[in-house]
Design a protein. Structure first.
Length: 132
């Protein structure tokens, strides 16, 4: 099991690199985070920490499609690619983070502190080892 993330600003060493599964497991310790997925570039679920009523396959496919559409439209108008996306639907809240091999999708309740969510997820994503 992976160790706790270092404080913000501490460089990530090779020994601290983590798999997508380890990142999802640690993300579940963030207050009000209730699920996490790692989807490949086709929107297929590759890793999951999900015990929600919402179907993870449908959630992954839908949110991946939203991300692709938004990226296409923004690239057309020279805004560039979407790296992170926060979707607030009242309940639940989704936070998507793009990496080269796919996308992390985190789901939380309306009680999640968005600042804490973004900071802690960012720290975890810095440790992601795309080769594991």
């Amino acid at each position: 099991r992976a160790s706790a993330p270092p404080p913000p600003g501490v460089p990530v060493s090779v020994a601290q690199k983590m798999t997508a599964k380890e990142i999802l497991e640690l993300a579940m310790s963030i207050p009000h985070v209730t699920g996490g997925l790692f989807a490949n570039n086709d929107g297929l679920v590759a890793e999951s920490e999900w015990s929600l009523v919402l179907d993870p396959v449908v959630c992954s496919a839908t949110l991946t499609e939203i991300h692709h559409f938004l990226t296409q439209e923004l690239v057309k108008t020279s805004f560039g690619r979407v790296q992170t996306l926060l979707i607030e639907t009242g309940d639940p809240v989704f936070y998507l983070v793009r990496v080269s091999r796919g996308m992390f999708i985190f789901q939380g309740t309306s009680g999640v502190n968005l600042g804490t969510l973004r900071m802690r997820i960012s720290t975890l994503i810095e440790k992601y080892d795309e080769n594991r």
